[in-house]
Design a protein around this ligand. Structure first.
Ligand SMILES: Cc1cc2nc3c(=O)[nH]c(=O)nc-3n(C[C@H](O)[C@H](O)[C@H](O)COP(=O)(O)OP(=O)(O)OC[C@H]3O[C@@H](n4cnc5c(N)ncnc54)[C@H](O)[C@@H]3O)c2cc1C
Length: 503
């Protein structure tokens, strides 16, 4: 009887969550967006935010100095940004026990049109950055997809997008970092000035210091992306084509959605100011079909199709459906009627969804859902797709090729040269029977490690500390932690990302 009631309760939580999301979270997210717009565009202009940056950094220094002198260097420190605000579906338990450093760094500081750089604080997010830069004729070379991803999180964790086969990961478009170290001093590092620290910061997850600003490369922005969709009916044919597409200079953007073991759509694109009206498709408008559904329709064709998509619509093409995560929460979200009536409020904020999740819902998602991004050398793509089919059977798979240079730091190719890797993103409800999150993820982690691959840090990690240290090169990291007194100030990356550290 108890079991029956529990089963019914779980069924309701999983299948009827959309009621709560539509009635409460969508309006709340909309109000939240209005507040952010007000904060970023109106208050920003009135307040002259750049002149306040030094004061904000001094405030962080004061907090860290107080931790050193008054608190006797205990406990470890972390940023005070609440766990529910980050994009990762998990929250760090450590946020409850560590000394929290307030980091109010949400502004774009300066655009240098001569040097072609933008100087930003770490909580600036992708939606804010493209909205500011694109009308001025600028963009950054890699715009990770979701609006709410922050510069700090993309540097300290991972940042990747469909231009990464040319530009690498987000850290590879960064020119310098400013940090407050464990002793409260401020340091600026670049490849010329303190290269060890510069190459050690990416993927260090806030365990070498508090990031206070980042200088990022700019490139000119054009109005549209000319995007060509190519349907494939065999994994072999797609893999062969992809190998060619990533080395073809004409392709500024390359992305693949795999819909089953055989069928996939490769998308290649470039920026342009010219367009053919017939192919114009503003995919970001609220009434338009979700992007992955639109791509899936291409499978009904035998030939390629080209469209002209407004630049920001392209950058944030997976935002409205949070890739394909939203279909499991609002199953009828892509229905035309729903889009016409409520589409303008979509998506609900991931942060608010996390904030309003009960422990039971969290557990249910953990046991019935997978969200992982695995980075592997591209030569293993076919094998990886077949392996994921056996282990989870989740589709679509997000395939994003990227260039991994052999820089010092946490991750680099096993061979000495630059290598093309591919991010395989698996998000959704496993279709295999008896999915066991721990056992399955451990198998996946081993598969990835055996092929010199890496796991993104935002996802559930079931590796042991020893395995984690084998996957990621800790030599420079360990040296920096000793040099800058981090061992007593911050935990190791593993202590922040392992399963035991998150709920
Ligand atoms: C649904 C979903 C979709 C995603 N889509 C993409 C995608 O399209 N492209 C992509 O590249 N990635 C994607 N990711 C992964 C994403 O790159 C990581 O989650 C990344 O870390 C950015 O997240 P965030 O901005 O929420 O950073 P956070 O999770 O807040 O930050 C990551 C870590 O960096 C540290 N940190 C952040 N700021 C500072 C600071 N100022 N000082 C010290 N430490 C700091 C924090 O300690 C934190 O532990 C996605 C993740 C999810 C869950």
């Amino acid at each position: 009887m108890v079991q029956k009631t529990e089963g019914l309760f779980e069924h309701i939580l999983i299948h009827y969550r959309w009621i709560f999301v539509c009635l409460f979270l969508l309006p709340l997210s909309f109000v939240f967006d209005i507040w952010i717009f007000w904060r970023n565009y109106i208050v920003f202009k009135l307040n002259s935010a750049p002149s306040k940056h030094d004061d904000k950094v001094k405030n962080i220094q004061r907090q860290i100095q107080s931790w050193n002198k008054i608190q006797g260097k205990k406990p470890f420190m972390c940023t005070a940004r609440p766990g529910w605000q980050t994009m990762s579906f998990r929250q760090g338990i450590y946020k409850d026990i560590y000394k929290k450093i307030n980091v109010d760094l949400v502004d774009i500081l300066h655009i240098d049109h001569e040097k072609k750089t933008v100087h930003v604080e770490p909580l600036v997010n992708m939606g804010q950055l493209t909205a500011m830069l694109n009308p001025l004729g600028w963009t950054i070379p890699i715009v990770p997809e979701l609006d709410d991803l922050t510069v700090g999180g993309l540097v300290m964790g991972t940042g990747i997008e469909s231009s990464s086969h040319i530009h690498g990961l987000f850290q590879h478009i960064c020119l310098s970092y400013e940090l407050v170290l464990a002793d409260g001093s401020v340091v600026r590092c670049s490849p010329e000035n303190n290269p060890d620290l510069f190459y050690g910061i990416p993927w260090s997850y806030g365990t070498l210091g508090i990031l206070t600003s980042v200088e990022v490369t700019l490139i000119p922005a054009k109005k549209y992306i000319e995007l060509t969709y190519l349907p494939f009916k065999s994994l072999d044919a797609m893999s062969v084509y992809l190998e060619e597409a990533v080395v073809d200079d004409r392709n500024e953007f390359v992305e693949v959605l795999i819909f089953n073991e055989n069928e996939s759509v490769v998308m290649i694109g470039k920026q342009t100011d010219e367009m053919d009206n017939k192919g114009f498709n503003p995919i970001g408008r609220w009434y338009k079909p979700w992007f992955f559904k639109h791509v899936q329709d291409i499978l009904n064709r035998s030939d390629a199709k080209t469209e002209y998509i407004p630049l920001r619509d392209y950058y944030h093409r997976h935002s409205r459906s949070i890739f394909w995560e939203l279909q499991d929460i609002i199953p009828f979200g892509n229905n035309l009627l729903f889009r016409l009536i409520l589409g303008w409020m979509v998506p609900p904020k991931i942060s608010l969804m996390k904030l309003t999740q009960s422990e039971t819902t969290k557990k249910l998602y953990e046991n019935n859902h997978i969200i992982q991004d695995m980075l592997l050398p591209m030569s293993y793509l076919k094998e990886t797709v077949i392996f994921f089919e056996e282990q989870v059977g989740v589709y679509p798979l997000w395939i994003c090729p990227f260039k991994l240079p052999n820089n010092p730091g946490f991750l680099h190719p096993a061979k000495s040269n630059v290598e093309i890797y591919v991010d395989v993103g698996v998000y959704g409800v496993p279709k295999v029977e008896n999915f066991k999150p721990r056992e399955t993820t451990r198998k996946i982690e081993k598969f990835v490690m055996d092929r010199n691959g890496f796991q993104m840090l935002y996802a559930d990690t079931y590796m042991t500390r020893e395995e984690f240290r084998l996957m990621f090169d800790h030599s420079l990291y360990d040296k920096l932690r000793k040099t800058y007194g981090c061992e007593e100030a911050f935990p190791e990356v593993y202590q922040k990302v392992c399963k035991e550290a998150r709920r």
